[in-house]
Design a protein around this ligand. Structure first.
Ligand SMILES: Cc1ncc(C[n+]2csc(CCOP(=O)(O)OP(=O)(O)O)c2C)c(N)n1
Ligand SMILES: [Mg+2]
Length: 412
């Protein structure tokens, strides 16, 4: 019998733990390092981009290199405003959670540029398959903040009537598909929708995001396989924010880069600085163009750092150095875009402060408006009948039986 030696198993670990000084690989890529790729490039042409890092903003936040999208400063200011809106919104929602006005919350702290820049680079007919870490896309698509807060509370005005966890938004009008609680499922669903658009001959592209942790699930590989074989018009992003709750990304990657995983599937793959608004915008616009010209999918690793806790239930000081995010080589996405705009003479500290004040009052009045429809502590809540309605057009017999039973119990 072969003796089992468990000490020979390779178990990955995190590079740093509480009490350690944060250790991050030093970035040696500059915006000039990687050339702009041809739209119809081969998968081999993207090898350098998969192991490197596409950046536009250099260490002084000047826009450089061939990937510079040369965006109008008005567009950049809209991006900055949405990112700041999201950060302030997140802070208010966390306060609501701590005061018992909603049950649970997840911030996008440090990751604000991702969904906002990427959605701004798309067309309005494009489909979004997000995780809970991309709520910012809804601001770009024009969702009303009161409606978002009502959803988080799960009050009578919640558009999904409390059927989803907070931050698991759905926004039909903005083609923002309902966030799935079982992580990863959206990745393969997105490929299916992309194929449906292709089949119907529509100029619609689908974008989806998955976390580093969830990418260790089968859904990720099914998605890449189908996208590659059928050349689906889809943009597949792995958001590598280094952590899956308390599990370091080394557990999902084996301490390798995530972007290169697209290459053996024959999918052009790029790694991009996830805290660089301009680089994200540029790479996404490029990927959309490929998809729209029927050149197939693009696989993107978005390199970033989850600066905050995983959720309102998490305490990261238990498993990583408390100040780790201060040492992230990518810095803070809002500060970087702000500094870039100041650098080109289109922004100032005064304008920034004014914007911040305006957004603070916008969020505060949306919050006051939303709680008029009920808060977690005091209600009113959606009717318990909502568990059974609006899911099936014709509810199956066993649900009708359960519904009757519930009504008898409730009305006793
Ligand atoms: C299938 C499944 N397994 C486990 C969970 C519990 N869970 C929720 S979020 C999460 C971590 C996901 O980490 P990652 O994919 O890196 O995304 P991030 O939160 O960092 O954005 C886990 C394990 C879940 N919701 N679904
Ligand atoms: Mg993660």
């Amino acid at each position: 019998m072969v003796e089992k030696k468990t000490e020979t198993l390779h178990i990955p670990d995190a590079p740093h733990r509480p009490g350690d000084s944060p250790r991050f690989e030093k970035w040696h890529w500059s915006p000039e390092d990687l050339k702009l790729l041809e739209i119809d490039c081969s998968v081999d042409d993207t090898k350098e981009h998969a192991v490197g890092l596409v950046r536009v903003l250099n260490d002084n936040n000047e826009a450089k290199g061939e990937w510079n999208p040369n965006l109008d400063s008005d567009e950049l200011i809209i991006g900055l405003e949405h990112m700041l809106r999201l950060r302030i919104f997140d802070e208010r929602m966390m306060k609501m959670q701590r005061t018992g006005k909603l049950s649970f919350y997840m911030r996008s702290y440090g990751e604000e540029a991702i969904a906002i820049a990427q959605t701004m680079a798309l067309e309005t007919q494009d489909w979004l398959f997000p995780t809970y870490r991309q709520p910012g896309a809804q601001f770009v698509r024009g969702r009303d903040m009161v409606s978002m807060i009502c959803h988080c509370i799960g009050n009578e005005e919640d558009n999904v009537k409390g059927r989803q966890m907070p931050v698991h938004y759905t926004y039909r009008e903005g083609r923002y598909i309902s966030v799935s609680s079982p992580v990863g499922t959206q990745f393969s669903q997105a490929v299916g929708v992309a194929l449906a658009s292709e089949y119907k001959g529509l100029d619609e592209v689908t974008i989806t995001w998955i976390g580093d942790g969830a990418s260790a699930e089968g859904d990720y590989h099914y998605a890449l396989n189908f996208a590659s074989i059928f050349k689906a018009p889809v943009i597949l992003n792995i958001v590598n924010n280094q952590w899956a709750i308390s599990t370091h990304s080394n557990f999902a990657s084996g301490n390798q880069n995530f972007a290169i995983r697209g290459l053996p599937y024959g999918i052009p793959s790029i790694r991009v600085d996830g805290n660089d608004f301009l680089a994200l915008y540029s790479v996404t616009k490029w990927a959309r163009e490929r998809a729209s010209r029927k050149l197939g999918p693009t696989h993107i690793e978005v390199l970033t750092y989850r600066a905050g806790a995983h959720s309102s239930s998490d305490d990261p000081s238990r498993y990583r150095p408390q100040d780790a995010s201060d040492f992230w080589p990518g810095g803070d996405p809002i500060e970087r875009l702000k500094s870039h705009l100041i650098h080109i003479g289109k922004w100032s500290e005064e304008k920034h402060e004014k914007l911040e004040q305006g957004l603070n009052s916008e969020v505060m009045s949306a919050y006051k408006e939303a709680v008029k429809f009920g808060d977690l502590a005091n209600g009113p809540y959606p009717s318990s009948d909502a568990i059974f309605t609006e899911v099936y057009e014709t509810p199956p017999w066993h649900l009708l039986e359960q519904w009757d039973e519930m009504k008898r119990w409730r009305d006793e």
